[in-house]
Design a protein around this ligand. Structure first.
Ligand code: NG6
Ligand code: CA
Length: 491
């Protein structure tokens, strides 16, 4: 860290410029165009905008993948998700995806004296193959570097619909054990197919298994009635836990991974936020998430920690409008463009799949501005190692600390992004998508996949929305990029 700050020789456990508190605010399916600081005039996100306007706004910040689990895997391990064949959207019963012997971002920070905590969405698997939800659930976040965890296991639309605190289901009663299956229903338990009259939210595709809180889910669940979450309260529950974590860590620097569930489906704003936008639940939960971020900032201010805290905000993948529920997201979208000027969305190899809001805020240390340097969430591990003086290395994570802090525009030269098992190459301002046989449009979600039988080559400097495939006319450049792609993806 000597490169950026002269050491003040502090040896105590207080946060300092060498060891600030670190918060990663990670949204779920928030698009490049869903934040007003990124140019949207159809949505108002004042608290995210504050981070952008008083911090550094990246125009080329990437998630590692266009879906959740692989992006989160890369964020925490600094390793490309396509190196691990199991890094794909996981069911709620999947075993822990991260090898407990692997170095992770939270483990590294813990070695540097940080208290580490996760609040929110996990979706990286739990247990070692067969989980008894009524016992201590392990391994999980606490075994890969988090001192404290308060999580939802997979996604808001997947069972089990309960919170898990440090490996224990919150509020579970011995007399009402939980059972979970992704293959068959439990006798007598209502599903969306045989009890449509019980639904307060209707499904469009998938999502027709167990009904919890009037919402049909993916997967089957029985028992644990008192432990089941109320979706509309989830934002408040996670916010309260995040605030509590911050409040309790006054003695040492902390790392908080605050993984909000919005605006992933099912979109269930608290009644306070119903009607906050004209876009129905999808807009309303973005307003709710923005409010949560404002409250978190207030907590830091109240605790006198705002100057000592590096806040990074991003999203795990791009946006989707209809992701399986009929929640009026399509009908009420109006002129709003969740992908902004980019092509594609969640699940897509096109730019909107992985290019996401990416903000870095650190009062007094990061000068407000905009950076066009290419940076990936995968780089946070190595960059934060550098910041905190750790010598840990991560397989694919590049030290982008000077870029992250706005001292340099020298971003990544190459990046491999992933979407539902396919990969593409970013080389400086170019995007190369290798041929794929799959459908050009994922019909259920109405998103262009990026698939084509031919190579695609786009110049993102002049063609941000990827309209003109330059591959046919520029075979020399294409061949050079194909070679680079092959070298980088050879496992
Ligand atoms: C898909 C779900 C979608 C969402 C996604 C995971 C269906 C038809 N679709 O399989 O609703 O849950 O998985 O999203 O079931 S992610 O952001 O966690 O990757
Ligand atoms: Ca997601």
């Amino acid at each position: 860290m000597a490169v950026l700050f002269s050491s003040c020789g502090k040896q105590d456990k207080q946060p300092s410029p060498e060891r600030p508190n670190i918060i990663i605010i990670y949204l779920d399916d928030l698009g490049y165009g869903d934040v007003s600081a990124y140019g949207s005039t159809t949505i108002s996100t004042p608290n995210m905008d504050r981070l952008a306007n008083e911090g550094l706004k990246f125009t080329r910040g990437y998630a590692a993948s266009a879906t959740c689990t692989p992006s989160r895997y890369a964020l925490l391990t600094g390793t490309y998700p396509w190196r691990n064949k199991n890094a794909r959207i996981l069911p709620g019963t999947a075993p822990l995806l991260i090898d407990t012997s692997m170095i992770t971002l939270p483990k590294m920070l813990r070695q540097q004296g940080y208290k580490t905590g996760i609040v929110g969405k996990w979706h990286l698997g739990l247990g070692d193959g067969s989980i008894d939800w009524n016992e201590q659930i392990s391994p999980g976040p606490n075994e890969v570097g988090f001192d404290e965890s308060y999580i939802l296991a997979a996604t808001q639309d997947r069972v089990p619909t309960v919170y898990i605190e440090n490996g224990n289901v919150v509020g579970l009663e011995e007399t009402d054990p939980i059972m979970v299956s992704y293959s068959e229903n439990f006798e007598g338990e209502p599903t969306a197919l045989d009890h449509p009259e019980m639904l307060k939210m209707k499904w469009d595709h998938g999502h027709n298994n167990s009904i919890v809180n009037g919402i049909p889910r993916i997967g089957f669940m029985k028992g644990g009635q008192r432990a089941r979450w109320i979706d509309e309260d989830m934002a408040d529950v996670f916010l309260e836990k995040a605030r509590e974590f911050i409040h309790n860590q006054r003695e040492s620097p902390f790392f908080l991974y605050y993984a909000l569930q919005q605006p992933h489906v099912p979109r269930t704003p608290h009644p306070r936020f119903v009607g906050a936008t004209s876009m129905g639940p999808r807009g309303d939960v973005i307003a709710e998430a923005d409010w949560c971020i404002g409250e978190l900032m207030k907590t830091l201010e109240e605790e006198g920690l705002l100057e000592n805290t590096l806040i990074i905000l991003s999203s795990d993948n791009g946006p989707v409008i209809n992701d399986g529920y009929l929640d009026q997201a399509v009908e009420l979208l109006g002129d709003h463009k969740p992908s902004g000027p980019l092509r594609g969305g969640k699940y897509s190899l096109f730019e909107a799949g992985t290019r996401v809001p990416f903000l870095a805020f650190w009062k007094g240390y990061i000068e407000p501005g905009t950076s066009d340097a290419m940076i990936s969430q995968i780089d946070l591990a190595a960059s934060l190692a550098e910041l905190t003086g750790s010598s840990a290395t991560f397989r694919d994570s590049e030290n982008m600390l000077p870029v992250l802090l706005g001292r340099s525009q020298d971003g990544r030269k190459t990046l491999i992004t992933e979407a539902t098992g396919r990969t593409a190459l970013h080389y400086e301002n170019w995007l190369v998508i290798p041929p794929n046989n799959g459908p050009e449009v994922f019909q259920n979600v109405n998103i262009e996949s990026g698939n084509s039988a031919e190579y695609q080559l786009y110049d993102l400097t002049t063609d941000l929305s990827q309209q003109k495939n330059l591959a046919p006319g520029d075979s020399a450049r294409l061949n050079q990029f194909i070679q680079i792609y092959k070298n980088l993806t050879a496992i």
